[in-house]
Design a binder for this molecule. Sequence first.
Ligand code: NAD
Length: 507
Amino acid sequence: MSEHQSRDDWARLATTLFERPGGVQTQALIDGQFVEAASGETFETVNPATGEVLANVVACDAPEAEKAVAAARTAFDSGRWSRMAPAQRKQSLLRLAQAMEDNRDELALLDTLDMGKPVGSALSDLSGAINCIRYNAELIDKSYGEVAPTDDGSLGLILREPLGVVASIVPWNFPMMMAAWKIGPALAAGNSVVLKPSEKSPLSALRLAQLALEVGIPDGVFQVLPGFGHTVGKALALSMDVDCLAFTGSTGVGKQLMQYAGQSNLKRVYLECGGKSPNIVFGDCDDLDGVARHAAEAIFYNQGEVCIAGSRLLVENTIRDAFVERVLVHARAMQPGDPLDPASFMGAIVDRTQFQRVLDYIRQGQEEGAVLRGGGSAVEINNEGLFIEPTVFDGVTASMRIAREEIFGPVLSVIGFDNESEAMAIANDSAYGLAAGLWSRDVNRIMRVSRRLHSGQVFVNNWAGGDMTVPFGGVKQSGNGRDKSHHSLDEYCDIKTVWMSLDPTLR
Ligand code: NAD
């Protein structure tokens, strides 16, 4: 429960953060020190709800990537974290999680100011991020290697070892949570981690860097390099001394990272990329109004800037008209509001480029012949900011661009279908395969459809359900990685075989 209850409380906290001595952290953390870039370059981070420049942040580039990777390698080779007893690493990570908890409001507020999400959503992201660090801390001293089934004269050990240096490149839509999903398992496994936050939302990661120093994470083990993708991000991806790239972001950049890995040292590349998720509503589901509310939340939460947004709503034609009416009622109740107001459901779009891109898709949908049933326009809150109404298109066909491309904004495409096999064909007709939802009372259908959906995760009679115990990730061009659960820890470990001959006559 936050002690900040009203918009004014949050606005006061923002003033306190930016006006305290030193303001917010804007420098890169390299080898235990907060530093400027060698070039002296900085970039502005802007509040999309007001247009106000929040801070000038250090713009790291190749020299900083090189220094951070070298420090990460030195730390790794020293064993001060990588060979620390897992139970001790666990204690350090639990201290980090507690520090995040103690600074939860501040971290959430930094994300809200940086990228425009409502503060209520940012707080819930923080809970997810803290939970992820704790989960991985608790996992690491309960994870065993294996003994192979051998004959009497041999002993086969299968050891789990950290990979070495992990570079994590993350997006702006859930800044703290996406960072935690990488940092949690990678640090727990004993790796050194270099985090590159998005240039659109660097502030919470830099605050996290301060907290990591305060709780005693050793120098070089966790470093944060703010800056652009094509500069410092690319340098990390091309580094010959990074062992693993853990990426969340767009499919286009994911493809580039695989090329960089091929051009450099064949580092492992784990990708969590884009989506165009189908949410399938069959005519037999209970409580149409409740399902309609979930369908609206599935696309409008976080202004539609969600990788798993339920952006394609597939509705059985027998109920389509009535169902769309209900979706429209719920959509109208989800208008954007001031992100500092805890009652707001939708906030501002992250920046002008993304804002314009979403509006272009809305125009394109109309040009393609889809029927605009609700929203479709930009709005201002307090006479400023980059806000877009929850927008619903009906009569969308599977070939339209608004049904095929990831818009990453509050735009829902409703597509009708007549039967299960048609629904399956439309749902799977996508380059993406991140998430899918289905709503039905028929358990046989639920099992049939769940198995046939080409998707990393299927939500049955819910949207976006799940906790730390289950993996999160996609298939096809949505990526190849898995965040959360013990499966994500596996990604940050190597498997080493040690085969021992016990029979002295064999030596
Ligand atoms: P993006 O791909 O533009 O940027 C992501 C990160 O990559 C940023 O830190 C950016 O600076 C960096 N980057 C950009 N170009 C780079 C390059 N050439 N080399 C190295 N790094 C580079 O994505 P975005 O706009 O920040 O985020 C939105 C995208 O993220 C959407 O496609 C969304 O679906 C996806 N996403 C996926 C998941 C998931 O779990 N699958 C979760 C959240 C967001």
